[in-house]
Ligand binder design. Sequence first.
Ligand code: SF4
Ligand code: SF4
Length: 340
Amino acid sequence: MSTLQFNPALCEKCNTVDCIMKCQYIDMDVETAKREQMKLLRGEKSEILTRCVTCYACEEYCPFHNHPFYHIVERQEALDVHPVPRPIEKSQVVMMAPKGRIEEKAVAAPVINLCYFPMLKGSIRGSIYEGASVIMGSDIFCNLMFLHFARNSTIRERLPKMMENIMHYYLKPGGVEEIICYHDECYGTYTSWAPAFGIDVPFRPVHLFDFLHRRLTELKSGITPLNLKVAYQRPCSNRLCPETEHFVDDIFALIGVERLERTYDHGQALCCGGVMEAQQLFDLAAENQEKNVNDMKASGATHAVFNCPFCFFTLMGRVSDKGMTPILMSDLCRMALGEQ
Ligand code: SF4
Ligand code: SF4
C-alpha cells in the first residue's frame, strides 16, 4: 500500500513548528504547538486534529516539505476524527464515486482536464483553446477533495484507476503525453499528493496558468490591455503547488491587469468558506467570507479573479453584493483577446 513519506525526525528537531504557528485557524504558543505535534508523532489524539479546518496551508508553511497536512489527515483517519459530519461524508463518498461510464475518445493536444466541473465546459472556447480536447467526469476525478473529509484512503483507492482511465481511454489512443489541469486541485494531486504517497503519475501534468501564459504569449498581438485593478482569490489547493503562483502575476502583466496588494493574498490567503460550511462551521465561514470580501473591496478592486470553481461559486454572490465582478482567470484571459 502507498505510504506517506513523512519524516518524524524532522518534526522532533523542529523548533519553529511553522505548520501550526502560521496556521490562521489554530492559535497556540510555540511550546503548545510543539507538544501537540509530538502527540501526533506518537499516534495520540491532539487538538490539532479537531481544530484543523483542512485549509491545506501548512503543506506550504513547513520549510522542510514534510507534508504536515497529509500527516494530519492520516492521523484523523486513523483516530476516527471526522472534520465533516459523517452523513455528509458518507453521501459525498457515494456521490463522487466513479460511475464506470467512460468511453474511448481520440483526443488531441492540448487536452484540458476539467476534473468534475462539467458546468464549465462552455468556458473552453476561443483562440486560447483552439483545437483543444476536453475531458472530465467521475471516472477521471482526482478525488483530492477527500482530504477535507479525513479520507486519504479514498484517494489512495481511487486515484490509480483514475490515472489508468486517463491513459487508457484518452491519452494513449490520442498519442498525447500531457494534460492541462484546469483546477489547482488536480495539478496538486499529480505533483504533490501522489509523489508524497509514492504513487507514479503516468502523464505530464501542466497547470492551467502555465498553459494560459504560453498561449497568451503566442497570441500577444491580439491582446488589448484590460487596465483593470483586481483582487485575486488564491485557492486552498494552490498551497500544494506554490511554485505556480508566479503565473498569476505573469499572466496579469501580459493582459494589463494589476493584482492589488491586500491582506488575504499569497501566504495569508483565506479559505473561501465553502468547506467550512460543509463542516457546519457556519459562523467561521461567514466571518472568513466577510473579512475576505471586505479586504478585496478595500484594496480598490473592481474585479475578483478566481481559478478554483468552488471558490468562485461560493464567493460570487458576496463579491457581487460589494459591487465587484467575479470572474475566472480563464475568462479574464479571453476577455483580453476580445472574446467575451
Ligand atoms: S511539519 Fe514541518 S514545520 Fe511542522 S513540526 Fe514538522 S518539520 Fe516543523
Ligand atoms: S490544514 Fe490549515 S487549518 Fe489545518 S493545521 Fe494546516 S494550516 Fe491549520
